[in-house]
Design a protein around this ligand. Structure first.
Ligand code: MCA
Ligand code: AMP
Length: 498
C-alpha cells in the first residue's frame, strides 16, 4: 500500500467503528474508506494521479459527502465544496473561478447541475448512479504539502475568493482543536451546519473522524428534531453558531414545562458545547447557562486560518471573550500606529501565523500578498486583550456582514441589486439583529418614481443570490450620503437608522 495521509491511516485503525449514524442506520469507518477508494478509482478514470485537479462537491451532509471528499483527496485532487442553497449563477462562478473539471453530486443536486455542467463542459458524477462495484485501483501517494481544498469566502472584494489549504494546513487545523477540546473516539456530535465552510467541515466532521468519533448528520438545522435527540442523550459534543443558540432558546422557552425540564437537563449532560463563527452576545451566553447550566465555550476563527482563539476547555469561559490562542497558533495585535501591541487594553488588528494558515487565494497573487504582513495573515478583525483573554471588537471593513454565521460581502449584494431595473443606487450594510447577529439591509435610491417593496425585491433576488444573502430590510431614500469625493459613506448610511 502507498503512503497515505494520516486522516486515512487513522480511519483504517477504527475498523468497524461507526462513523455516521442516521435514522436509516449506521456506516462504519471501514465502509467510508472502501467507498472513497472505489470513488477515487472512478475519479482517476485510468490516470495515476489527479494532480490537484479541482473536484467540486455538492451533496447534503453525510456519508456520501465525506466519501466523495476523501475520494478526491485520495486520488490527488482538490475538493471545492459548493453551497447547497446557491443559485445557478453562483455555482457557475465557483466552477469557473476554480476551473473545476469534475462535479460530484447527489442525484437531486446532479439534476439541478446537469445543464450548467453540460454548458461548461464539466464532467458530472451522480453519486446515486455511479457503479462502484469494480475493485479499487492503486491510489497515488499524496504528500501533505499538496493542496487539498478550496473554500470560497466573501470579503472585501465583490466576488468571493477561493481559499486554498494544503493537507498540512487541514491537519494542523484539526489537531489543534482535537488537542484543545479533548476529542476522543467516544464522542458523538450532530452535524447540521453547511458543508461549504470550515465550521461544518473541519470543526465538526473532520475533528470527529480524525478522532474515531461518531457524526450524526441532519439535512438542515431543525430545532425540534435536534432537541429530541438531545433528550435521547445522543451526543457528547455540540457545535453551533450564535443564531442557533438563539433559536434553541426560543424553542425551549416555548416548550411545555415538563418537556422543557427534560431538555435543559439533557443539555447539561453534554461534555462540551461550542459557539463560534460570529460574536456570541454575552446575554445569550448567560441565558444559556441559566437555562442548561452549560457554559458555552466561545472561540474565534476564519476560513483562512482555521480556529485562532478559544476559551479554555478547563478553566474560565468568559462571556463576551474569545479566550487565548489555540495550540500551534501564533497571534499578535497590530495597532493603527503600526506598532505591535505589547500589553493589555490596547486594541489592534489580529494577525496570525502558523501551520494552519492557508497557502493562498486561488489565482489571486496580489490579494494574497496584500493579506500578509511580513508572514503574518491580516484577519481584518480588531481585538483587545483584557485580563488575559482576547475580546473581538469588530471588523476593519464596513463591507463585511455576518448573518447567522455566514460571512457576506456588501459589495457582492450591491452589485446584484444594481442590476434591478428600478434601482438607481444602493448601499448594503449589516444592522444589529437579535436573531441573525446582523441583518442584511439595503438602502436604495429608486429610478424615477418606481415603487420598491421588500417582498418583491426579495422575490427578485431569489434567482440571483443564495437565500441568506438576500436583504432582510429595505429603506428607500432620495439620495445616499456621500463625502466630498462623491463616495458613499457607509457610517452616514448607518446613521440613517439611529
Ligand atoms: C437562513 N436564512 C437566513 C440565514 N439562514 N437569512 C439570513 N441569514 C442567514 N444566515 C433565511 C432562510 O433562507 C429563510 O428565508 C429564513 O431565513 C428562515 O429560515 P430558517 O429555516 O428559520 O433558517 P435556517 O434555515 O434554520 O438557517 C439558520 C441557520 C443557518 C441554521 C443559522 O443560517 C446556518 O446554518 N448558519 C451557519 C452558517 C455557518 O456554518 N457559518 C460558518 C462559516 P425565507 O423565509 O425567505 O425562505 S465558517 C466561519 O465563519 C468561521 C471559520 C468560523 O469561525 O466558524
Ligand atoms: P469566515 O470568513 O466565514 O471564515 O468568517 C470569519 C469571520 O467570522 C472572522 O473574521 C470574524 O469576523 C468572525 N468570527 C468568527 N468567530 C467569531 C467570534 N467568536 N466572535 C466574533 N466574530 C467571529
Amino acid at each position: 500500500m502507498t503512503a497515505e495521509l494520516p486522516l486515512f491511516s487513522r480511519a483504517r485503525g477504527q475498523g468497524d467503528a461507526v462513523a455516521f449514524r442516521t435514522l436509516d442506520g449506521t456506516r462504519s469507518y471501514r465502509e467510508l474508506l472502501d467507498a472513497s477508494a472505489r470513488l477515487a478509482t472512478v475519479l482517476l478514470a485510468g490516470t495515476a494521479d489527479l494532480g490537484e485537479a479541482r473536484v467540486a462537491l455538492l451533496a447534503p451532509a453525510g456519508f456520501d459527502y465525506v466519501a466523495a471528499q476523501w475520494a478526491t483527496w485520495r486520488a490527488g485532487g482538490v475538493t471545492v465544496p459548493l453551497c447547497l442553497s446557491a443559485t445557478e449563477t453562483e455555482w457557475e462562478y465557483t466552477l469557473t473561478d476554480s476551473q473545476a473539471t469534475v462535479v460530484v453530486a447527489d442525484s437531486e443536486s446532479a439534476s439541478k447541475l446537469a445543464p450548467l455542467c453540460a454548458r461548461l463542459g464539466v464532467r458530472l458524477l451522480d453519486l446515486g448512479r455511479i457503479d462502484l462495484r469494480a475493485a479499487p485501483t492503486a491510489l497515488p501517494a499524496v504528500t501533505s504539502e499538496r493542496a487539498g481544498m478550496i473554500l470560497y469566502t466573501s470579503g472585501t472584494t465583490s466576488k468571493p475568493k477561493g481559499v486554498v489549504t494544503t493537507h498540512a494546513n487541514i491537519q494542523a487545523q484539526i489537531e489543534s482543536l482535537v488537542q484543545a477540546w479533548e476529542w476522543s473516539a467516544s464522542d458523538r456530535i450532530p452535524l447540521f451546519l453547511p458543508l461549504h465552510h470550515i465550521h461544518g467541515i473541519i470543526n465538526v466532521t473532520s475533528c470527529a473522524l480524525w478522532s474515531g468519533a461518531l457524526v450524526e448528520p441532519f439535512a438542515r438545522f431543525d430545532a425540534a428534531a435536534i432537541l429530541a435527540r438531545i433528550q435521547a442523550d445522543a451526543y457528547t459534543v455540540f457545535m453551533a453558531v450564535p443564531t442557533i443558540y438563539v433559536k434553541l432558546i426560543q424553542t425551549i422557552e416555548a416548550a411545555a414545562p415538563a418537556e422543557r425540564a427534560e431538555i435543559v437537563t439533557a443539555f447539561g449532560r453534554l461534555r462540551l458545547m461550542v459557539s463560534g463563527s460570529a460574536a456570541l452576545p454575552a446575554s445569550v451566553h448567560e441565558k444559556w447557562t441559566a437555562l442548561t447550566s452549560q457554559k458555552l465555550l466561545e472561540r474565534y476563527g476564519m476560513t483562512e486560518i482555521g480556529m485562532g482563539l478559544s476559551n479554555p476547555y478547563h478553566g474560565e469561559r468568559r462571556p463576551g471573550a474569545v479566550g487565548v490562542p489555540l495550540p500551534g497558533v501564533e497571534l499578535r495585535l497590530k495597532a493603527e500606529s503600526g506598532a505591535i501591541v505589547a500589553g493589555e487594553d490596547e486594541p489592534g488588528e489580529i494577525q496570525v501565523r502558523g501551520p494552519a494558515v492557508f497557502r493562498a487565494y486561488w489565482n489571486r497573487p496580489e490579494a494574497t500578498a496584500e493579506s500578509f504582513d511580513g508572514g503574518w495573515f491580516r484577519t481584518g478583525d480588531m481585538a483587545v486583550r483584557e485580563r488575559g483573554y482576547y475580546r473581538i471588537m469588530g471588523r476593519l471593513s464596513v463591507d463585511i456582514i455576518k448573518s447567522g454565521g455566514y460571512k457576506l460581502s456588501a459589495l457582492e449584494i450591491e452589485a446584484v441589486l444594481l442590476e434591478h431595473p428600478d434601482i438607481q443606487e444602493c448601499a448594503v450594510l449589516g444592522l444589529p439583529d437579535d436573531v441573525w447577529g446582523e441583518a442584511v439591509t439595503a438602502v436604495v435610491v429608486p429610478k424615477g418614481r418606481s415603487a420598491l417593496a421588500l417582498s418583491t425585491l426579495r422575490e427578485w433576488c431569489k434567482a440571483r443570490l443564495a437565500p441568506y444573502k438576500i436583504p432582510q430590510r429595505l429603506k428607500v431614500v432620495e439620495q445616499l450620503p456621500r463625502n466630498a469625493m462623491g463616495k458613499v459613506t457607509k457610517p452616514a448610511v448607518r446613521a440613517l437608522f439611529t
